[in-house]
Design a binder for this molecule. Structure first.
Ligand code: TXE
Length: 494
């Protein structure tokens, strides 16, 4: 990755984006535009169409027509595979351009963005392209005079609502399996990070995806997202984002056609460090990266550090040292470890969490405030708060920013009780050299993902999904396909 290439790409003006409907770029029905602000310096870098309810309905109608006439669903699996493979190749061929565009829009440090965004999006789409002709129906164990067959059919029109923290990666988690199974999709990227995903969607058409099979509408969640949620013609809604919006989507479903709703929501993931961890120094560095990369804007971020009391002070000092060594700043500088916070709203929310933590008795031992204000961008120092009690706001509410709360524990049982004391259950980790304890922690901590002696890092082969108020259903792996198919029984008398 060359800094000069990145600088050349960042100097390019960004064209205005319109919706993508039926393979064509279309402005909002009322001509409305949305300013797109770069978190790098707070300037308006371009505009997107500010979608209307009519725009969303047009996109859904186009997707429905595309599904019904079989222009994609009825293609032979090998043909669908070829298109998706080519799409993955195009994403890879344009990886740096996509990554820089995405970073200008959402602020993720370029090193991480390049790997996690186009890199992982291409890998995910390829994974489902490779899988699609290896997924079979079933023949049931019926009496001899009956043939019981179980078909897996596409659901029809999938609505996908995507957040701003990793738009291409999370977009691909939904688009890959949905399209592989023959569905049509209407995409709704986040208003604060839509550009790279819109560009990635356009590449799908370039790869040969028929017009209408993938439509994309930009605009405000409460307008176009709501219209998607309330549509009578969307069969399945898949979402990553906040619990508040997730709740609304379930209500929309109940108020409309009872569409299936799959939610990947936030977390308050515990990173549990026992005194018998194999390498406490390495654990401290990973703990810092596990909360501070992408400025903490990671759904599985290890935002609660639970440390065995006997090593608490030394371990926290090591995490503080590791975090202070991380360079915060221009996300398009290859030497930056922590980029910008996505928006001013998010930055203000992060800072107010720190104030609340102080008021509730926590000690801010490093960071705590906004930095680099002179750039006009939204930057925050990695922040560590110790002495955070089990019921403190910082233990219970997702910040989604570079703020780590630390709590000491004495026993394994206490660690488990603390770990399970929130409404969330997305991810977690335990650090221990004791094999029995490692397996006990995997079983006892209620999460969708449990890491042992590492934090984060998982590929397309394993599911990611939450329990409790972290959501339902899984992204990634072959299990994600279940969300995008209906099972149909054929009961045949022979
Ligand atoms: O999320 P929203 P926001 C969490 C995180 C963060 C908080 C707020 O805690 O601080 O959410 O972020 C669309 N109907 N996560 O406000 O609003 C919206 O346009 C339909 C965790 O950005 O949930 C966007 O496309 N759609 C997280 C998407 O929902 C609506 C990632 C997510 O936005 C809508 C992001 C509506 N009424 C935030 N309102 C994770 N789990 O990784 C908004 N949207």
């Amino acid at each position: 990755m060359e800094q000069t290439q990145i600088d050349a790409l960042r100097a390019r003006p960004v064209a205005a984006f319109d919706h993508l409907i039926e393979g064509k770029y279309v402005p909002a029905s009322d001509g409305g535009r949305l300013d797109i602000i770069s978190p790098i310096d707070g300037t308006v870098m371009t505009t997107t169409a500010a979608g209307t309810v009519d725009d969303m309905q047009a996109a859904i109608a186009s997707a429905r027509a595309a599904f019904e006439d079989g222009r994609w669903a009825a293609q032979p699996p090998a043909a669908r595979k070829k298109v998706l493979m080519k799409w993955a190749d195009l994403i890879e061929a344009n990886a740096l351009e996509l990554a820089v565009l995405g970073v200008r829009d959402n602020g993720t440090e370029i090193g991480m963005a390049l790997k996690a965004e186009p890199g992982s999006a291409a890998g995910t789409i390829r994974y489902y392209a490779e899988a699609l002709d290896k997924i079979y129906g079933e023949i049931a164990a019926t009496p001899g005079d009956i043939l019981g067959m179980i078909h897996k059919e596409p659901v029809g029109v999938v609505g996908a609502i995507i957040p701003w923290n990793f738009p291409m990666m999370i977009g691909a988690w939904k688009l890959g399996p949905a399209l592989a199974m023959g569905n049509s999709v209407v995409l709704k990227p986040s208003e604060t990070a839509s550009l790279s995903l819109m560009r990635m969607a356009a590449l799908a058409l370039e790869a040969g995806l028929p017009p209408g099979v993938l439509n994309a509408i930009t605009g405000e969640g409460r307008v176009v997202g709501e219209a998607m949620g309330l549509s009578m013609d969307v069969d399945v809604l898949v979402f990553t984002g906040s619990g508040a919006t997730g709740r609304r989507l379930m209500e929309y479903s109940a108020r409309s056609n009872m569409k299936r709703v799959y939610l990947e929501l936030g977390g308050k993931s515990p990173n549990i460090v026992f005194a018998d961890a194999p390498d406490l120094d390495a654990a401290a560095k990973v703990a810092a990266a596990g909360i501070f990369r992408n400025a903490g804007q990671v759904c599985v971020a290890g935002s609660r550090l639970l440390v065995e009391a006997s090593v608490h002070d030394a371990f926290v000092a090591a995490v503080a040292k590791a975090s202070e060594a991380m360079r915060v700043g221009d996300p398009l500088d290859v030497n930056t470890h922590i980029g910008a916070v996505n928006s001013e709203v998010q930055l203000k929310a992060n800072l107010s969490f720190v104030e609340t933590a102080r008021a509730e008795g926590g000690q801010v031992i490093t960071g705590g405030g906004r930095i680099l204000q002179e750039t006009g961008g939204y930057y925050m120092a990695p922040t560590i708060v110790t002495g955070v009690t089990r019921d403190a706001t910082l233990s219970q509410k997702e910040v989604f920013g570079p703020v780590l709360g630390v709590t000491a524990f004495e026993t394994e049982d206490e660690a488990i009780a603390l770990a399970n004391s929130t409404v969330y259950g997305l991810a977690g980790a335990a650090w221990t050299a004791n094999l029995g304890r490692a397996h006990r922690m995997v079983r006892a901590v209620r999460t969708g993902v449990m890491h042992i002696n590492t934090y984060g890092g998982a590929d397309a082969t394993v599911p990611l999904g939450g329990v409790g108020q972290s959501g339902n259903g899984s992204d990634k792996s072959l299990h994600a396909i279940e969300k995008y198919v209906n099972l149909k029984t054929a009961w045949i008398k022979l």
